[in-house]
Ligand binder design. Structure first.
Ligand code: ATP
Length: 369
């Protein structure tokens, strides 16, 4: 079974502790993503699993086999771990054509030439490089080289693939296409994929489960894309997964107050006291019917299909995104300096810890990208 089990991993470089006390289990046949900001330790974790680096403490098992045991000083060499690996540097062999680069793992397995040819041509088509089989890497763009590396890793059909930002050099269309392709291949071949990225959209699109890491290399939440997006464990996750509004709120006597106005809310916090209301810009509505909190439109930007508003609610600024055509149809298009009322849907309540307060001077925090 192509599972990965990490137990109590610590990795430091000099005094810099990148990962500490990290444990994680990745199931057979799942596409699991490590998602976190740049520099949080995702690639280091992947290199430890691949066997290119040694942890200070902890064990790593692939299936039933312990491949790294730092207490016993045991390390299985990378080549014996049964992994397909694509790293950011997408090293392709410069002296070999695209065909030879991709077919190399099969040549090592000494497969017959006609089978190699069929499988290479299939892989070439999967990564959209048909017609370029005889080119050298120097005659390819960065994104094309990245696809060669991906095809070369996939062709050997390893039970477990480690992919470190394998799509980051591709343009938006191709990236979208390739992420579906990776997901399809993973399902069709029943392989396990551990995918590393700082891009939330890719993480949500391809994963069965994700682990969200913070700047300190700690895992904050593990869950399905829906869990992470709809039920964030804390304000860090909520902020990391997209543009977020945070509104200081007081819950008292069964009522929620924001900027001294009473909010009639579909959900309330668990206990009385100060809270932060987290809400996505697309989950806020503006109206002229007097429903919700009173506000003033400070900025109205037409972005084509969406309207992007900045609304002041008694000194608290919130970002609101509305579907332009729905707004036109419903007579709810607003201009700058117009009064409005604001309702909120899908509320998230967070305890206002020091980190949230310090990040929250503008009440609005953008998702990392
Ligand atoms: N060989 C090394 N020596 C010293 N420090 C290192 C080494 N490799 C990584 N680091 C440090 O470990 C931290 C984590 O690096 P890592 O490459 O895992 O980040 P990442 O989360 O993959 O980021 P990105 O998304 O930018 O690739 C960084 O602060 C980096 O500087």
């Amino acid at each position: 079974m192509a599972t990965i089990t990490l137990n109590n991993i610590r990795k430091s470089y000099g005094k810099h502790v990148v990962l500490d006390n990290l444990s994680l289990k990745i199931n057979h046949g799942e596409c699991f993503t490590l998602l976190g900001p740049s520099g949080c330790g995702k690639s280091v974790l992947l290199r430890l699993i691949a066997g290119f680096e040694t942890p200070d403490t902890g064990t790593i098992a692939i299936g039933d086999q312990v491949v790294t045991d730092s207490d016993k000083g045991q390390e299985l060499p990378p080549n014996d771990r049964g992994l397909g690996v694509v790293f950011q540097e997408y090293a392709v062999w410069p002296h070999m054509t695209v065909f030879d680069n991709i077919g190399y793992p099969l040549k090592l397995q000494k497969l017959p030439a006609n089978e190699i040819k069929d499988r290479v041509m299939e892989a070439v088509a999967q990564v959209n490089l048909t017609g370029m089989e005889q080119r050298l890497p120097s005659q390819l763009s960065g994104g094309q080289q990245q696809r060669v590396a991906l095809a070369r890793a996939l062709i050997a059909r390893p039970p477990l693939m480690l992919l470190d930002e394998p799509l980051n050099n591709l343009d938006a269309n191709l990236r979208e296409e390739m992420r579906f392709e990776i997901k399809e291949l993973q399902r069709a071949l029943d392989i396990t994929i551990l995918y590393v990225t700082h891009d939330q959209e890719i993480g949500l699109a391809i994963s069965d489960r994700l682990a969200i890491m913070d700047e300190k290399g700690a895992i904050r939440q593990i869950g399905t894309p829906e869990d992470i997006f709809e039920r964030p464990a804390d304000d860090y996750i909520f902020r990391f997964m997209g543009v977020a509004n945070f509104l200081p709120s007081l819950y008292q006597d069964g009522k929620v107050k924001i900027a001294n106005q009473i909010l009639s809310a579909s959900s309330t916090p668990e206990t009385t006291g100060d809270w932060m209301l987290g809400c996505r810009p697309s989950e806020i509505d503006l109206n002229r019917d007097g429903q919700g909190l009173q506000g003033l439109v400070k900025r109205a930007s037409f972005l084509g299909a969406t309207m992007d508003y900045l609304v002041d609610i008694g000194g608290v600024e919130v970002r609101v995104l509305q579907d332009t055509y729905e707004a036109i149809d419903g007579g709810k298009l607003f201009k700058e300096n117009e009064n409005c009322h604001v309702t909120f849907h899908n509320l998230h309540w967070f305890k206002p810890d020091a980190e949230l307060l310090s990040n929250n001077n503008a009440n609005m925090v953008g998702g990392h990208n």
